[in-house]
Design a protein around this ligand. Structure first.
Ligand code: GLU
Length: 449
């Protein structure tokens, strides 16, 4: 095991986030490997940590002043044992191969937990959509798809959104794919409702996070009613996590972006949330504007150099990190503990650094890793694919009921795996083990390919 981890580090020493994700999974599945000689003999760890295919490409585009820029595009096709590669595209300045590999690796286990037939992949670009015009974003998306289209397809690889890629970008990407292939197929998910999208897909990740949190609380005979909650981020996941918490009677005090956060002691209610949606999704503004509209709130700028985020210092029963990877460090975790937190449910992918995860687990906090907690998004993407294949559209309630059922099943699967391996209630180990075993058995069934 240690040997495999070392080899991976030596091969690509700069891919820190990938090592972090691999390290966690490998340590969780040690008891599974100990019990199973075949997994070791078949080189399962080496195979599962090496992407099936990595595509890297140049994305040239022209800005509104006629200046040409070049970004780098990625698609990591990690594992197709359970179905076509499936996972989002991230457009963010921080994107590099290591980040996309970590996300693709996480996606494999997440998709496995959804119970649907989806392999794992992820892609994106270091293109920064901040401050770009609609036309610039369109030209970038078109150029990105001019290369990507030859590698994807509804039965091969089905991208979707992630940070920096929402309904607008999916539209531009889809338009170019359709033109190049002369085919109208469900090659992307997160599409608009009128042309093949699914009801509840925009809400799915955030709603799923809260459905899972509710399941976890129920194991301690509690509900979200009256609970104070901290949410980070203000994008799609944070918005719909907040919406569902409010609906279930909880109170959300915070939202953030990369410049700072707002603290609203009275709670972010449905009306304030509608303002945030319009601000972020339509005007594409900054969360600091919340304070201009609601002066009773406080806005606290947070520099990226700071060694902890004061957002996590507020007293709360529940924390929902919904911004990005590694946003909760050991200091933040201690602050959350002192503030009385009882549940941490990850809406983002890998937002908690390993030392902070250990702090939560050591203190018996209900802690859900992103690959279980935020799986509702990709699960409804799977349902979008099913509807596309049938060329029909399910009603809202049907999709929402299926989402609830999937989150329930993820919860019980993680718990069952944790108790089977003697770590009852450890959702991190449970998610890794359950996700891993299903993928690995499929790989063995399909031979050495
Ligand atoms: N980007 C989302 C995730 O991290 C959704 C992926 C999808 O819908 O394919 O799971």
């Amino acid at each position: 095991m240690e040997n495999t981890i070392e080899k991976i580090r030596d091969k690509d020493p700069e891919q820190k986030e990938f090592h972090q994700a691999v390290d966690e999974v490998i340590h969780s599945v040690k008891p599974v490997l100990d019990r199973n000689f075949e997994y070791r003999q078949q080189g399962i760890l080496e195979r599962i940590t090496e992407p099936e295919r990595v595509i890297m490409f140049r994305v040239p585009w022209m800005d509104d002043d006629g200046q040409v820029h070049v970004n780098r595009g990625f698609r990591v096709e990690m594992n197709s044992a359970l179905g076509p590669y499936k996972g989002g595209l991230r457009f963010h300045a921080s994107v590099n191969l290591g980040i996309i590999k970590f996300l693709a690796f996480e996606q494999v286990f997440k998709n496995s937990l959804t119970t649907l037939s989806m392999g794992g992949g992820k892609g994106g670009s270091d293109f920064d959509p901040k401050g770009k015009s609609d036309n610039e974003v369109m030209r970038f998306c078109q150029s990105f798809m001019m290369e990507l289209y030859r590698h994807i397809g509804p039965n091969t690889d089905v991208p979707a959104g992630d940070i920096g890629v929402g309904a607008r970008e999916i539209g531009y990407l889809f338009g170019m794919y359709k033109k190049l292939k002369n085919e109208f197929t469900g090659v992307l998910t997160g599409k608009s409702l009128a042309w093949g999208g699914s009801l509840i897909r925009p809400e799915a990740t955030g709603y799923g996070v809260v459905y899972l949190a509710a399941e976890m609380l129920q194991t301690r005979r509690q509900t979200l009613e009256g609970k104070s909650c901290l949410v980070s981020g203000s994008g799609n996941v944070a918005q719909f996590t907040t919406e569902k918490i409010i609906e279930l009677g909880g109170k959300v005090a915070t939202l953030s972006d990369s410049s700072g956060y707002v603290y609203d002691e009275a709670g972010i209610d449905a009306e304030k949330l509608a303002f945030v949606k319009e601000l972020k999704n339509i005007r594409r503004g900054r969360i600091s504007e919340y304070k201009e509209r609601y002066p009773e709130a406080v806005y606290i700028p947070v520099s990226p150099e700071r060694d902890y985020n004061p957002l996590w210092e507020h007293k709360a029963d529940c924390a929902f990190p919904c911004a990005t990877q590694n946003e909760i460090n050991a200091k933040d975790a201690s602050h959350l503990l002192s503030g009385g937190v009882a549940l941490v449910c990850e809406g983002a992918n890998m937002p908690t650094i390993p030392e902070a995860v250990d702090i939560f687990l050591d203190h018996n906090i209900l802690f859900a890793p992103g690959k279980a907690a935020n799986a509702g998004g990709v699960a409804v993407s799977g349902l979008e694919m099913a509807q596309n294949s049938m060329r029909l559209s399910w009603p809202r309630k049907e999709v929402d009921d299926r989402l609830k059922q999937i989150m329930k099943s993820i919860h019980s699967t993680c718990l069952a795996a944790s108790s089977e391996y003697g770590v009852e209630g450890n959702y991190v180990a449970g998610a890794n083990i359950a996700g891993f075993v299903k993928v690995v058995n499929a790989m063995l069934d399909q031979g050495l390919v």
